[in-house]
Ligand binder design. Structure first.
Ligand code: NAD
Length: 696
């Protein structure tokens, strides 16, 4: 069946796009649109054409699967040419969403009408792309360069009324869309709406101050470091103000093609699909999920308060329980303060903040938890305390509940066993601040049931978190890789590097913050205490760097104590000669001859350590897919999204060379570098981790 249905309503032709679920611009849709444009043009009885979406939306966007591949004719460009050459007015009638290619189709029409709840936007930049199909040129001529710059470089959606106010949508309707579009067409035909030719219209692009663009570039320089698309967008919008429409369009075409074939864009599209894949579990049906209408959180500390806010923000009422009245009051105050500052910053409207705040109720009695559909524990990181909490939860919670622990380092199965219903238990490892960070590691215990897991994945979606399932192994996915490359960074310090050199290399690669600055921000004392507890079980034959312990012994716990690896002036880290002296002292003590270490070696050792550990995690089944590791690293640990995550980066760099480097480090640097056998196999599979995993 054709995906575009062509009908006539009197002297107006109507092309209805029917390609569920989102009317993406498939090859068949493109053919159908061309046929409709031609038919309306050649039929003397037709005076105008309306293009409208069937189902829930206009053409929501291009088909992401097509990016980077050769386009089959008719391309969007061919359709745009046909629309522009059409002497009869064409009206786009928009409901739902018109993003990316869908919006460009609408912009190439002569007129646009939309329902009041419709949204338009240019989200391409989020995939390392830019608006093609004239998107930068039309928008600039319709709304002016300031608005065009903001919309295209942010990728944020714009409501139809806002787009109308800017001149991008010509009419907004509360009535039935098709009827309103037909009436609009009649107004155009009768001349009630004055004719216009946008390609020659100069109104919004005349007398634009050229400094506007350089100023915009300067303002965003840091944010766009290492990216291609936003810079290209500014170039094209600037060109729209200087060149003819045809010249600007040609420049945009070239810039789009450069972005489309860039490593960055391929990386971001990889992440787009990896996030969607991570949400699906091969052996669990989403249908097994139970409805979650109420939640409870135990422990009103740093994590508990943030987790409670996550539920409240998603519209789920939540009870926050703490063993200490004082801690509970403190937690509730933190929550109130957080909402107040969101309102003050303008990131949340007052009414929404008040409604969310009102969904959080404090409690001190476990009886209050009896009705909760999900209970998340976030008490101290202590097995005995957690087991006691789960023993009590086993007594009071309703039978079909989900019981989650937010532990970072403890054995989820040992916690589950204390509950007397281990099938209901799993780990939900939120990241700090829990109401802000998108990543959620969902830790599947040995006895976690399918229903518990399916419900938890649905809860993650409701909380708008990016969920990745991890096996119940120490450090799960993220912290285990962090430990591996953090250890390598410590060894690099002993061999001759400084914290600031290593951090500079990492931020140069695209991490927003270096490893040591990040440690200082998180606080050094908690992990120090864990290291002390683990000192007896640490294998004696493996190299261990004492630097982090020595720094804590000096009472330097990071930002919170004003000094850690760095000295702090507010939040600004300042290199500290005292730390350099400490590191040199440790090198001498260990008999290590310090030498200058090249930035390239630092980067290679850190990234290879990440990748080799990632390969082990895959091999052991802790992570299900290489893409899952990438999603964790980009969303929780600052790995630059434009580089796709460590496993993707490795495949793109060439696994054979990474394998050779790991083998060489194993020879020179010892057992931590034992190459994962999956790394060797994946190198032979042309860099395809998952194929190597399946080949087993
Ligand atoms: P926190 O010390 O800030 O808060 C713990 C809270 O639990 C305190 O308010 C305490 O009064 C309360 N509590 C202690 N025992 C209790 C009990 N028996 N019943 C009820 N309440 C009790 O700790 P946090 O940083 O929020 O960490 C909580 C958990 O989250 C830990 O398991 C930690 O490993 C994990 N976690 C922390 C982070 C982080 O960055 N802080 C990140 C991920 C996971």
């Amino acid at each position: 069946m054709t995906q575009v249905i062509y009908t006539r309503q009197g002297d107006i032709a109507v092309a209805t796009v029917n390609n569920p679920p989102v009317n993406a611009l498939s090859e068949d849709v493109r053919h159908g649109l061309m046929r409709a444009i031609e038919a309306s043009r050649s039929d003397a009885g037709v005076r105008a054409l309306v293009i409208i979406g069937g189902g829930g939306t206009f053409v929501a966007g291009a088909d992401i699967n097509d990016f980077g591949k050769p386009y089959a004719e008719p391309t969007l460009y061919t359709i745009i040419d046909a629309l522009m050459a059409n002497p009869k007015p064409v009206i786009a009638a928009i409901h739902g969403t018109a993003f990316g290619g869908g919006l460009e189709l609408a912009l190439a029409c002569h007129w646009r009408i939309a329902t009041a709840d419709a949204q338009v936007g240019q989200p391409e930049v989020k995939l390392g792309l830019m608006p093609g199909g004239g998107g930068t040129q039309w928008w600039t001529r319709l709304a002016g360069p300031e608005v065009a710059l903001d919309v295209a470089t942010s990728g944020k959606p714009v409501s139809a009324p806002q787009a109308h106010a800017w001149g991008v949508i010509d009419r907004v309707t509360d009535g039935k869309l098709l009827d309103s579009a037909l009436a609009f067409a009649q107004d155009i035909l009768t001349g009630a709406v004055p004719a216009r030719d946008l390609t020659s219209s100069m109104e919004r692009i005349r007398n634009v101050d050229p400094a506007l663009f350089d100023e915009f570039r300067r303002r965003n320089e840091r944010k766009w470091k290492g990216q291609l698309a936003p810079w290209k967008i500014v170039d094209c919008i600037e060109a729209a103000c200087r060149l003819s429409f045809a010249e600007g369009f040609a420049l945009e075409k070239k810039a789009f093609s450069e972005c489309e074939h860039s490593y960055q864009s391929r990386s971001l599209i990889h992440l787009f699909f990896a996030e969607r894949a991570a949400a699906k579990l091969p052996d669990i049906s989403a249908a097994a999920a139970a409805t979650v209408a109420s939640a409870a959180v135990i422990g009103a500390g740093t994590m508990g308060a943030g987790i409670a806010m996550s539920f409240a923000n998603a519209g789920i009422p939540v009870i926050l329980l703490d063993a200490s009245e004082e801690a509970l009051a403190r937690g509730l105050k933190t929550i109130a303060d957080n909402y107040a500052s969101s309102v003050k910053r303008g990131s949340m409207p007052q009414a929404r903040a008040a409604a969310a705040r009102a969904r959080i109720k404090g409690a001190s009695d476990y009886a209050a938890l009896a009705d909760a559909d999900i209970i998340v524990e976030a008490v101290f990181e202590d097995m005995a305390i957690k087991q006691e909490v789960f023993r009590r939860l086993g007594e009071v919670a309703k039978p079909e509940v989900v019981l989650a622990t937010n532990t970072s380092t403890l054995d989820v199965d040992a916690i589950a066993d204390a509950s007397s219903r281990p099938d209901k238990v799993l780990g939900l490892h939120f990241f700090s601040p829990a109401n802000v960070m998108r990543l959620l590691e969902v830790v599947r215990g040995a006895r976690t049931s399918a229903a518990t897991l399916a419900t938890s994945m649905a809860v993650a979606r409701a909380l708008r978190k990016t969920a990745v399932v991890s096996g119940n192994a120490y450090g799960f996915i993220g912290n285990r890789i962090l430990a591996a490359y953090g250890r390598e960074a410590d060894f690099l310090l002993e061999e001759g590097a400084t914290p600031w050199q290593i951090d500079r290399v990492l931020t140069g690669f695209g991490f927003p913050m270096g490893l040591f600055a990040m440690r200082d921000m998180a606080g050094l004392d908690v992990i120090w205490r864990i290291r002390q507890q683990e000192s007896e079980i640490r294998p004696g034959h493996l190299r261990y760097s004492p630097i982090a312990d020595r720094i804590c012994e000096m009472g330097r716990f990071g930002q919170k104590s004003g000094r850690g690896y760095y000295l702090y002036d507010g939040r600004t880290p300042i290199p500290d000669p005292e730390i350099e002296a400490l590191i040199i002292g440790v090198s001498t003590e260990l008999g290590i001859a310090r030498h200058e270490i090249a930035d390239e070696e630092i980067l290679q050792r850190l990234l290879c350590a990440m990748v080799n550990e990632g390969a082990r995690i895959l091999e052991e089944g802790v992570a299900l897919r290489a893409g899952d590791i990438d999603v964790v690293y980009v969303n929780g640990y600052g790995f630059p999204a434009t580089r796709g995550g460590p496993m993707w980066w490795a495949s793109e760099t060439g696994l054979a060379s990474i394998h050779d480097a790991v083998v060489a480090y194993h020879r020179t640097h010892g057992d931590y570098w034992l190459p994962s056998s999956l790394l060797a196999r994946a190198a032979q599979c042309g860099g395809d981790w998952d194929a190597a995993l399946r080949a087993g």
